[in-house]
Design a binder for this molecule. Structure first.
Ligand code: ADP
Ligand code: MG
Length: 257
């Protein structure tokens, strides 16, 4: 169906802060099973758009639909419960805890058949004991992101890149359908960046959908099948990487930065 093919739709989104129009009548959608890039110069409105989609901010105008349901104005946890999850910097309160504890305490998903359970099969075998099931799923997740050797480290002792992998692991424990990543490669060394990109690829193959804000243009052009460009709060261009690379308005917007 149309809804299944296009899980996220943003229609006429507007966000004002006093006299500043941070997002100005922005409309776009994201197709299922894609990595879609959201780019634009500093101050273009990318983070504000993310915040409006995931409920951290209430839009001044416009609507956001996830899997056909209007989610505009819902609280962040209500939106996350529906499977639309955003990665954040690791919360300070959790940094004293080990990597393992961080995953054990990741927000619980709703009941029902979830994609992550088919990727991480340990959890699917009808384990009777919920605690055992959770533990197995935590370990499978740590192995998937190759941070199982760090299970008993305090989160605060991890490198920036390892914390990003932990952050992704925590997000996956909530069993999302779609992930919004705001500069996931920032501060990540090349080795871990490759690992993170490889995991994103693999998850995309498994049917996950990504909306990715990233300032590294090489990453955007290589990883995204579609790129949406914001400039001064508006959608300036929307197309495949080749179209975006050659778009005069996009080049001008970046030159004017
Ligand atoms: P980007 O993520 O693309 O760099 P932002 O969404 O962070 O852009 O910001 C878009 C515009 O909105 C900028 O002009 C920024 O200064 C402004 N802005 C963002 N958040 C706030 C806020 N909480 N209060 C006032 N202005 C804000
Ligand atoms: Mg930003």
């Amino acid at each position: 169906t149309e809804t299944a093919a296009t899980p996220l739709r943003v229609e006429g989104l507007e966000k004002r802060f006093g006299g500043i129009v941070a997002v100005d009548d922005a409309s776009f959608d994201v197709k299922a099973g894609t990595v879609t890039g959201l780019i634009g110069p500093n101050g273009a409105g990318k983070s504000t758009t993310f915040n409006c989609i995931t409920g951290a901010l209430t839009p001044t105008d416009g609507e956001v639909y996830f899997q056909g349901e209007k989610i505009t104005g819902m609280r962040p946890e209500q939106i996350a419960n529906r499977g639309l999850v955003r990665t954040f910097q690791i919360a300070r309160a959790l940094s004293e805890m080990t990597v393992l504890e961080n995953l054990m305490l990741a927000p619980k998903a709703q009941q029902g058949e979830k994609l992550w359970r088919s990727v991480v099969p340990g959890a699917r075998q009808g384990v009777v004991d919920q605690e055992t099931e959770l533990r197995e799923r935590v370990w499978e997740t740590l192995e998937f992101f190759e941070i199982d050797h760090l299970a008993y480290e305090k989160a605060e002792n991890l490198s920036g890149g390892q914390q990003k992998l932990l952050e992704m692991s925590r997000a996956m424990m909530t069993e999302p359908e779609m992930l919004l990543l705001d500069e996931p490669m920032a501060g990540v060394n090349p080795t871990l960046e490759d690992k993170l990109l490889d995991r994103i690829h693999s998850l995309r193959e498994d049917g996950y959908t990504f909306l990715l804000v990233e300032h590294d243009m090489d990453v955007i052009m290589e990883e995204c099948e579609r790129v949406i460009v914001m400039h001064q709060g508006s959608i300036l261009a929307d197309g495949n990487p080749d179209e975006i690379r050659d778009n005069e308005q996009v080049i001008e917007a970046y030159l004017g930065e």
